[in-house]
Write a protein that binds this ligand. Structure first.
Ligand code: SF4
Ligand code: SF4
Length: 327
C-alpha cells in the first residue's frame, strides 16, 4: 500500500517541477560545491539522523577516493567542498584531506556535531580549523536544552555550548573569515519557522544566557527518511506530514535547489544528487556517471536529478537545503 502511494508521488514531484514538456529536474551547467560524506561513524546517535550514524558504524572513505575527489574538484572548478559524515573529524585522513583542499585555494565547509571536540584525541582540531580557515556548520536544533537533548541525546546541549565557547575564543562566529553557522530543524512533523526571525531569537537567547555568538542560522526542514520516517510511521503521522509538505509546494524554490548546484559523494565513491538521495542509496541516474572511479565530470552538468517523494521537503514553504532556507 505504501509502495503504490510512493510511486504515484514520484511522478507527481517530477511533473510538479517540470517546465514545458520536460518531465524532470535538471542540474545547472556549473556546479559550485562537492558535498563529501567521509564516513558514517559518529560519537552521537541522534533521533533525526538521516544517515543512521552511530559509534557502531565502520564505513569510512579512504585516501585514494579523496585523491579522486581532489581531481574532480579541479575538473569542475568548484568553489567549495562540503565535508560531512557521521562525525567527519573521526576519519583518520580528515586533516590531510582538509589541508589538501585548502592548498588548492578551495573553500572547505565542515559539518561538525560540536561534541566530538570534547572527546579525547580531538583537543587540537579547533586550532586546526582556524589555521586552515575552514567554514563551520553545526547543528543546534533549539536554543533550549530540553529540545536539543530530546533529539540528540542527554547532555548534548551543554556540551555543544561549551564547544561554541571554545570556537568563539579562537574567532569563530566573531571574525568574518571564520564563520560559524548553526542549524535548526523542527522537533517534529512541521515546517521550520521564518529563518530570519528565528536567527534573531537564537542570537538574543544564546548571547544573554551564555555570552556566545555565531554567524548565521540555517533552518532545515526534516526530510521524511531514515529514523525520522520510522518514527513518523510508528506514530501514524507519515501521511499527514507528506500532505503538509506537498500542500506547501513553492515553485520559487526549484531554481536554487541544492541538487542543481552540487553533487554528493559517499564514503565508497558512489555519486548522488544530494545527501538525502545518498541516505536512500538512490545514486545519480539517467546519463550521469554514478561512481568516482568511472567518471565523466561533464556528465554531472545538466544531469537529470533522481527524485522521490522526500523531495517535497526541499520545496515546501521557504524551501530547504544544507545551507538553510532557499527563498
Ligand atoms: S551528529 Fe549528525 S551524523 Fe551524528 S548521529 Fe547526529 S545527526 Fe547523525
Ligand atoms: S531531496 Fe535531493 S534530489 Fe530531491 S529536491 Fe532535495 S536536494 Fe534535490
Amino acid at each position: 500500500m505504501s509502495n503504490s502511494m510512493e510511486e504515484t508521488v514520484v511522478d507527481t514531484f517530477d511533473e510538479q517541477v517540470s517546465v514545458g514538456d520536460d518531465f524532470g529536474l535538471y542540474a545547472a551547467d556549473k556546479l559550485s560545491t562537492l558535498q563529501v560524506n567521509i564516513g558514517l561513524i559518529c560519537n552521537l546517535t541522534c533521533r533525526h539522523c538521516h544517515v543512521n550514524s552511530s559509534p557502531k558504524r565502520k564505513e569510512e572513505m579512504h585516501w585514494d577516493t579523496m585523491e579522486s575527489i581532489l581531481n574532480l574538484a579541479d575538473s569542475l572548478d568548484v568553489e567549495a567542498i562540503d565535508i560531512t559524515g557521521g562525525a567527519p573529524e573521526m576519519n583518520p585522513q580528515f586533516k590531510r584531506f582538509v589541508s589538501a583542499i585548502r592548498a588548492k585555494g578551495i573553500n572547505v565547509i565542515i559539518r561538525t556535531n560540536l561534541t566530538i571536540h570534547l572527546e579525547p584525541g580531538y583537543e587540537d582540531f579547533i586550532e586546526f580549523f582556524a589555521q586552515e580557515q575552514v567554514q563551520l556548520v553545526a547543528s543546534l536544533p533549539c536554543y533550549l536544552e530540553e529540545n536539543v537533548d530530546k533529539q540528540r541525546g542527554e547532555g548534548v546541549y551543554y556540551e555543544s555550548i561549551d564547544v561554541i565557547k571554545k570556537l568563539n575564543a579562537v574567532g569563530y562566529g566573531v571574525k568574518p573569515e571564520l564563520p560559524l553557522n548553526l542549524v535548526y530543524n523542527p522537533g517534529g512533523p512541521s515546517l521550520p519557522p521564518n529563518q530570519a526571525s528565528l536567527e534573531d531569537d537564537y542570537h538574543r537567547e544564546l548571547e544573554e544566557r551564555f555570552g556566545i555568538v555565531f554567524t548565521h542560522l540555517n533552518t532545515i526542514t526534516n526530510v521524511p527518511i531514515g529514523r525520522f520516517k520510522t518514527d513518523l510511521r510508528r506514530d501514524k503521522q507519515l501521511d499527514g506530514y507528506m500532505d503538509t509538505l506537498r500542500g506547501a509546494y513553492n515553485q520559487d524554490t526549484v531554481e536554487p535547489l541544492m541538487c542543481r548546484h552540487q553533487v554528493s559523494i559517499a564514503w565508497d565513491g558512489t555519486l548522488y544528487d544530494c545527501d538525502f538521495n545518498l541516505a536512500l542509496r538512490m545514486s545519480t541516474g539517467y546519463e550521469a556517471s554514478s561512481h568516482i572511479d568511472n567518471l565523466d565530470p561533464q556528465s554531472l552538468l545538466n544531469r537529470r536529478i533522481v527524485t522521490g517523494p522526500h523531495c517535497y521537503a526541499c520545496t515546501a514553504g521557504s524551501g530547504s537545503s544544507c545551507g538553510g532556507a532557499l527563498v
